[in-house]
Design a protein around this ligand. Structure first.
Ligand SMILES: *Cc1c(COP(=O)(O)O)cnc(C)c1O
Length: 479
């Protein structure tokens, strides 16, 4: 039966009718909000009806089945459409139609770049919320009652934690490197080993940032081996910086040599050239106690004598997106005077989140930093969690689950060779394909991100939060 589209459009309810019905049982939302949502959903319905060949896209997703009501007789169509409309409006009012939203990360990748990298601790978020909802002294010197600097709030903390003379914070680590290039090497040369010309995800490439900062890249050595004499042979009167980049997202193994930071510092001092160390995933903790491979720490880079050290706020530091620079005071002062610093400046919410996170390091309350809690979970902890999840899933008739031994990784361009021993829940659908189940999990109200290994969906408890378990079980029950 061919249904006349115009005929069906005439059956759609008027906005005010639906708004009244919804408001009669809803005392949270205002008339304006509900009207906005009803208008949008009705417009969406009209668009589907008019533009699509097959308006059967308007379907009711019931727990047991999908109700395709496009072809139903008039009265039934009206009734089902009303139900569909009200569901959609309620979803919209909950914000589940927003593009940026919460997802469940069941991949076990702790610093998942596509999922926003580091999670913030509860008390850090409380501190940010408090500052966001009130006025604060961001650029007010309370002692003198005069204009102050946003950087003072964080500089002392960074000095004490890193051991450096001075510190500055900008928008992200890419901005930190750019600012250094532009301030200290504009129109001059920056010497970097060919083994360290890193590309980070999202098309950040060290050579491009050097160029964007107005500096000229001078590559030395080879991909696998660079020696001190390679750097010294490249030095000339136009050399501005020696740059050492921590290859935080890959490792060269085998026939390999790089110049230690301290040897590079010796060379820099002899020639009066500052040495900059881009640590990437800068960390105050080397991870060895937690059984993960050693990362060069920020404190070690300071001790080795680097003039400036840069790192991200949201990688192994476990804070907000930020670019942190610590090092020699005269150089930091020059950076602060560059006009570009204003363009690259950190905003107050990120600054607050960074301060809150640094406070946890000061108190040595590392367990409270979510990424370090996740990274330090032991096999026995994860086995228990995986078993809990498996037990919850075992009651379902839709999928089958078993506990398997696996490895999770750090992610976020950090510790590429680290495999953290994990126990996971491996799921097999009892009907339908694994690929479709993966997509089904990703397309729920709260998207669940998983990975497929050997025809199984892997749920890694390392990156799951306590409230995620029931949501996963509920979604799987709808399959
Ligand atoms: C991640 C990374 C960057 C970029 O840091 P963002 O904070 O993402 O801008 C720069 N250099 C290295 C070595 C990195 O690993």
């Amino acid at each position: 039966m061919i249904i006349d589209k115009k005929e069906r459009l005439r059956l759609l309810p008027a906005v005010h009718e639906v708004v009244e019905e919804l408001l009669s049982t809803d005392n949270i939302h205002t008339n304006n909000e509900v009207t906005w949502a009803v208008r949008r959903v009705l417009q969406k319905a009209r668009d589907i009806i008019l533009q699509r060949e097959n308006p059967e896209d308007i379907v009711l997703n019931r727990k047991d089945k999908q109700e395709v009501f496009w072809n139903y007789p008039e009265e039934e169509f009206i009734r089902f459409f009303r139900e569909w409309l009200i569901n959609e409006v309620k979803d919209m009012l909950k914000g589940t139609d927003l593009s940026l939203r919460r997802v469940i990360n069941a991949t076990g990748v702790v610093l998942h770049t596509n999922c926003g990298r580091a999670l913030l601790a509860r008390e850090v978020v409380d501190y940010v919320a408090q500052l966001a909802m009130s006025y604060n002294n961001l650029e007010l010197d309370l002692e003198k009652g005069t204009r102050g600097s946003r950087y003072t709030h964080v500089e002392k903390m960074l000095q004490e934690l890193s051991g450096a003379e001075a510190a500055l914070v900008v928008n992200n680590n890419a901005a930190a490197v750019l600012l250094i290039m532009n301030t200290l090497a504009n129109q001059r040369e920056v010497i970097v080993s060919r083994g360290e010309l890193v590309e980070v995800g999202g098309s950040f490439r060290i050579p491009d940032v050097i160029k964007a900062g107005g500096a000229k890249l001078v590559e030395v050595g080879t991909t696998n081996k660079t020696w001190s004499r390679d750097y010294s042979e490249a030095l000339n009167e136009n050399s501005a910086l020696l740059l050492k980049v921590h290859t935080s997202n890959y490792r060269i193994e085998g026939f390999h040599h790089e110049v230690d930071l301290s040897n590079l510092v010796d060379l820099g001092e002899k020639n009066n050239i500052p040495v900059v160390n881009d640590l990437g995933s800068g960390s105050f903790i080397d991870g060895v106690d937690l059984g993960i491979p050693k990362e060069p720490t920020i404190q070690e880079a300071v001790k080795a004598g680097a003039s400036l050290i840069t790192f991200s706020g949201d990688k192994l530091l476990g804070g907000p997106q930020a670019g942190i620079i610590v090092g020699k005071k005269d150089l930091i002062d020059k950076l602060k005077k560059n006009q570009l610093t204003r363009a690259l400046r950190i905003d107050k919410l990120s600054l607050a989140a960074l301060i809150g996170t640094l406070r946890l390091y000061e108190k040595e309350d590392i367990e409270k930093i979510p990424i370090w809690r996740m990274l330090s979970l032991k096999g026995s902890d994860l086995l228990k969690e995986a078993q809990n999840l498996q037990k919850g899933i075992s009651n379902l008739t839709t999928v089958e689950a078993e506990v398997q031994e696996h490895a999770s990784c750090v992610g976020g361009g950090a510790l590429p060779t680290a495999n953290l021993p994990s126990f996971v829940c491996a799921i097999r659908p009892l009907q339908g394909s694994v690929v479709n189940l993966e997509r089904f999990l990703l397309h729920g109200d709260i998207p669940i991100l998983t990975r497929i290994v050997k025809e199984r969906i892997i749920l890694d408890p390392r990156t799951l939060l306590p409230e995620d378990y029931q949501i996963i079980i509920d979604r799987l029950s709808e399959w």
